[in-house]
Design a protein around this ligand. Structure first.
Ligand SMILES: NC(=O)C1=CN([C@@H]2O[C@H](COP(=O)(O)OP(=O)(O)OC[C@H]3O[C@@H](n4cnc5c(N)ncnc54)[C@H](OP(=O)(O)O)[C@@H]3O)[C@@H](O)[C@H]2O)C=CC1
Ligand SMILES: O=C(CO)[C@H](O)[C@H](O)COP(=O)(O)O
Length: 471
């Protein structure tokens, strides 16, 4: 028997994706650098073993796949992907497709695509979201590369993707790095979403003095309304879970230092690079970096004192928190989609924004009811339209901005950090200000550097009557 497809990397994601592929009836060859893992994987695959060809050498693996071979790499992003491609290249034949399904930097994907061009090999950069459960039972799949290459693997990808009301959450999004770029922005939005939820949790814990057990049903209730989403759902579950060793809420035992592997930071870097601000994502990335400075934060708490609960707990304030989270979320998603729209023009991807919202409705980490509203909103709007200007979102923002304002103000006076929520609010306030304050900056720039400015009453470049600068 020769397999229809191959997969390298039997870690958390790869093992589950391989089982998913086998379960959907596709024969699959698998290989892992550490061969013991391949054995364990195969032994525990149960009935799916008849669809799986475990291979202990890379040569055996390549031979086990029917040409032209589609080969999925589900390994650590970065140098390992280049190393793996170098190992594979001499063993492959024309028309074979290498599919990098890890969280690659889209710039690496563009580089790899260019490197393989003209070799006869094809390259797909594919974002996969959904964690281990998604990989096993249906992830959201964001594909970039030549459309013809995608078409060859589309039947398998549509089979394994999550389904939202019968629609597979998988799409070809554009050439070269498009898929990995969209996955990166997905993760940037994920960072902002998670950070804003954590800030609301911080207000409840440190401002209202609520216990994890008390917060869990609040998030669970919010999950029944417009905040209905995977992240709010798992927040309620995390808050409700006890540590087996101590009997305490596990969230109270977990160290307050968040990891980050790069995608959030790349989203922020790219937004700056193309000049499309994503301040809530930036704030979320910075918050993770600050979280890592545990010892410094502890020393600063000694120096400045600890914040004690000082916000009055009431159903009305909890309702404001819910609405504030919704408003912050609208601004963060507006930023993420604006970055995709900007990059789509710069990189000539022609990213299909409504389709992206649709394939994020199931399978992925940011899946939510909210994405259906976004998909519908984009159906009637051009890709350049900021979500904040789409009627459905104008209405929601009008309704919720007051709560965001109150919550940010209350947190600021109580000394509780809300960097993502406050960045989202400032972004909204600047975005909706017809006459801003950059006129003064232009005056300053012209004063010190003769950079010129435009006037409101006539065209052209002008200079101010500053006189001789006195230092
Ligand atoms: N975990 C998640 O929720 C998600 C992860 N991803 C992305 O998927 C990819 C895999 O992640 P995950 O499964 O979580 O990671 P794991 O740490 O569970 O597995 C890593 C895999 O990469 C292999 N590997 C590492 N270095 C090399 C190398 N130099 N050459 C060959 N193989 C190598 C490992 O092999 P070995 O056993 O020999 O060490 C292992 O199979 C990453 O890019 C990650 O960012 C994407 C979406 C969600
Ligand atoms: O892609 C993912 C989810 O969509 C992975 O879980 C990723 O690892 C999350 O990023 P980070 O580790 O930086 O929090």
């Amino acid at each position: 028997m020769q397999a229809e497809i191959g997969l390298i990397g039997l870690g958390t994601m790869g093992a589950n994706l391989a089982l998913n592929i086998a379960e959907k009836g596709h024969d699959i060859a698998v290989f892992n650098r550490t061969t013991a893992k391949t054995g364990t994987f195969f032994e525990t695959a149960g009935d799916l073993r008849e669809k799986i060809l475990p291979c202990t050498t890379i040569e055996e693996f390549v031979q086990a796949i029917r040409p032209p071979r589609p080969i999925i790499l589900m390994i650590m992003a970065g140098d390992p992907v280049d190393e793996q491609i170098d190992i594979l290249r001499p063993l492959l034949s024309r028309e074979d497709i290498i599919i990098d399904a890890g969280n690659a930097n889209f710039r690496d994907t563009i580089r790899r695509t260019l490197t393989l061009e003209g070799t006869g090999l094809q390259f797909i950069g594919m974002g996969v979201s959904g964690g281990e459960v998604g990989a096993r039972h249906g992830p959201s799949i964001m594909v970039g590369g030549a459309e013809a290459s995608y078409k060859r693997v589309e039947p398998v990808l549509l089979d394994i993707a999550a389904q939202y009301e019968g629609d597979p959450c998988c799409a070809w999004l554009g050439e070269n790095g498009a898929g990995h770029f969209v996955k990166t922005i997905h993760n940037g939005i994920e960072y902002a979403d998670m950070q804003m939820i954590a800030e609301i949790y911080g207000i409840m814990r440190d401002g209202l003095g609520m216990s994890a057990k008390q917060m869990a049903p609040v998030f669970a209730k919010w999950n029944q309304g417009r905040l209905d989403s995977y992240l709010v759902d798992i927040t309620a579950r995390v808050l409700d879970t006890e540590d087996a060793e101590t009997g305490q809420p596990i969230v109270d035992i977990i160290l307050d230092r968040a990891g980050q592997k790069g995608t959030g930071r790349w989203s922020a870097i790219e937004s700056q690079q193309i000049g499309v601000p994503a301040t809530a994502i930036e704030a979320a990335v910075a918050a993770r970096s600050l979280s890592a400075l545990k010892a410094e934060r502890e020393a600063a708490e000694q120096a400045y004192g600890r914040t004690s609960p000082s916000v009055e707990r009431s159903d009305a304030f909890l309702r404001e928190l819910e609405l504030a989270l919704l408003a912050g979320k609208i601004a963060a998603y507006a930023q993420g989609f604006a970055v995709m729209s900007g990059a789509s023009q710069d990189y000539r991807w022609n990213l299909p924004l409504p389709e992206i919202a649709r394939i994020w409705r199931a399978g992925c980490i940011i899946r939510s009811q909210f994405l259906t509203t976004i998909a519908t909103a984009y159906d009637g709007a051009s890709a350049e339209t900021n979500l904040l200007m789409v009627p459905a979102f104008v209405e929601m923002m009008q309704e919720t901005q007051g709560a965001l304002r109150k919550v940010v103000a209350r947190a600021a006076t109580a000394g509780l950090p809300v960097p993502a929520l406050s960045s989202a609010l400032s972004y909204f306030d600047m975005y909706r200000q017809g006459r801003g304050t950059a006129n003064l900056i232009q005056g300053q720039r012209d004063f010190f550097g003769a950079h010129s400015f435009e006037r409101i009453d006539k065209p052209g470049a002008h200079h101010g009557p500053w006189g001789i600068t006195q230092l």
